[in-house]
Design a protein around this ligand. Structure first.
Ligand code: NIG
Ligand code: FE
Length: 410
């Protein structure tokens, strides 16, 4: 049945169908309509406008949104949401002063998560992940990218990708799958043997099974080099698979240049960025994805968001939800952090977490804005005075209802 939402106090983030992402200067604005209606047909936004132009004479289910603001759902373009167990012991070690690398050297870090993934059955991993994502949907996430990378051997990476595939089929939101076999090195084989396995066996097999929407690699000192990154991106191109790359989290080692020149869709993290990296970003159309939750949780530097904006470089904001560096996927909190710590205005943060997030996972044709023909994936807020209140009330999700494909998530 069609649904008509009436008396919307503010219908926010209205964008033209041609807008696949917004530029740095366009990030300053959230175009909106006051006192609006929105019509949903077959799960899609079919019309919207001023209340004075409300469609008449048909049978609609009516939702009265008096006093409420409506936004598109959050588009979280960088997560590691398929994992099992927690790493809360590392949290305590970190509070006591150990660094990310010291924790990894002690047997924690990515290898610990890999150990946990290797032991769990596919079905249990699916159930645990499904519940976790369902909680995220209730917090307003309507599109999500999920990476493998805690398998670190053929069977476990395959298990993770198959879980992501099953999640795509059983959850109502849009999910993109990223193969991150090159996330760390397992202890059992040499670094070169493992990397060879990733690019010459896992990637071809998983791509052929249609399990991979994107490839990723942890381009970082002690992990993978810029040269490894280029090899992976080039190999993935043979299968028409674009790249989203972990770069510049702790060190700038040339990954941005390689990613931009090879037309990666996104470069993610960017806590440590130098002038050459900025110059490279200006040359291409690769979208930076900033992850303030990771800086907050690890206590590392925040990405220089204002510097990117002053260089006319737009970006997306995502959660990086994972058990090691950001154990939350709550985008409401991430947007608050983006405002508080990256010093973004709510408009800039919301653009980063909607349309530019959608672009960073190839979904801006169907999500990320209020546009006729896009999915009716909507947030109906509680009674708020302005969008400023969303990040202002830190830790308090001011969402009343979430609609996915026009259906309320209960
Ligand atoms: O994006 N930096 C690499 N990968 C994750 C962290 C993984 C982990 O510690 O489990 C990240 O922060
Ligand atoms: Fe990550």
């Amino acid at each position: 049945m069609s649904k008509l939402i009436i008396n919307i106090k503010e219908l926010a983030q209205i964008r033209d169908v041609k807008t696949s992402f917004v530029s740095a200067s366009q990030m300053n604005e959230i175009p909106s309509l006051k006192n609006a209606f929105l019509l949903i047909e077959n799960g899609f936004i079919s019309d919207f406008g001023k209340m004075s132009n409300i469609p008449k004479g048909k049978h609609f289910e009516i939702i009265d949104a008096s006093g409420r603001t409506i936004l598109p759902t959050w588009c979280d373009s960088h997560t590691h949401t398929v994992f099992t167990g927690s790493r809360s012991d590392e949290y305590i070690d970190r509070i006591k002063g150990l660094s990310y690398q010291e924790i990894a050297n002690k047997g924690g870090g990515i290898l610990k998560s890999a150990n946990q993934i290797q032991k769990i059955s596919k079905n249990d991993l699916f159930e645990e992940s499904k519940k976790r994502i369902y909680d995220l949907i209730k917090q307003g996430t309507g599109c999500i990218e999920i990476k493998s990378g805690y398998g670190l051997n053929y069977n476990s990476e395959l298990k993770m990708l198959n879980v992501i595939k099953d999640l795509k089929e059983s959850l109502p939101i849009e999910i993109k799958s990223t193969f991150l076999g090159a996330h760390a090195f397992p202890k059992e084989i040499s670094k070169s043997e493992y990397f060879d396995l990733v690019i010459n066996k896992m990637l071809p097999d998983f791509a052929t099974k249609s399990l991979v929407d994107y490839v990723d690699i942890f381009c970082e000192k002690n992990y993978f080099t810029a040269n490894d990154t280029e090899q992976l991106i080039k190999k993935a191109k043979k299968y028409n698979i674009p790249a989203k790359i972990h770069v510049n989290q702790f060190n700038s080692i040339g990954g941005i240049k390689i990613a931009v020149r090879n037309k990666a869709v996104s470069v993610d993290h960017l806590e440590v960025v130098n002038e050459q990296d900025i110059a490279e970003l200006k040359k291409g159309s690769t979208m930076p994805v900033l992850l303030p939750g990771c800086s907050f949780f690890l206590g590392i530097e925040y990405a220089p968001a204002k510097k990117l904006l002053s260089n006319n470089i737009p970006f997306a904001i995502a959660s990086d939800f994972n058990p090691g560096s950001c154990p939350t996927g709550n985008m409401n909190f991430i947007i608050s952090l983006a405002c508080n710590q990256l010093k973004l205005t709510p408009e800039q943060a919301i653009n980063g977490a909607t349309i530019n997030g959608a672009y960073s996972m190839g979904l801006s044709n169907i999500s990320g804005s209020i546009t006729r023909g896009k999915l009716a994936n909507l947030l109906i807020t509680k009674n708020i005075e302005s969008l400023n209140e969303l990040p202002y009330y830190i830790g308090d999700n001011l969402i009343d209802k979430v609609l996915i494909r026009g259906r309320e998530i209960l």
